[in-house]
Design a protein. Structure first.
Length: 86
């Protein structure tokens, strides 16, 4: 198996899993779980950026979208209600 095929396979897997994580974040009624799914989606996007050979974007996107934004959202959720109303 060549290296290019492995890179494409990992990219396809990361793309598919990011779409699944976005779907789970959208349908989740528990806001904490939705934030966690959103952070997982950000990690998969960072993997895709790395595979697209843009490590400078990864160095900025991963800490912000994978760490700072979920932490801020969790603090905001702790000030409100955890579950979304119908």
């Amino acid at each position: 198996m060549s290296l290019d095929l492995l890179i494409y396979a990992v990219g396809a897997f990361a793309s598919l899993m990011s779409v699944v994580a976005v779907y789970l974040a959208l349908v989740e009624r528990d806001l904490v779980k939705a934030v966690i799914y959103s952070a997982i989606q950000s990690v998969f996007y960072s993997l895709l950026f790395y595979l697209f050979m843009s490590p400078d974007i990864v160095l900025v996107y991963l800490p912000v979208a994978g760490g700072v934004l979920p932490a801020l959202l969790l603090v905001l959720i702790s000030k409100t209600e955890r579950f979304e109303r119908e």
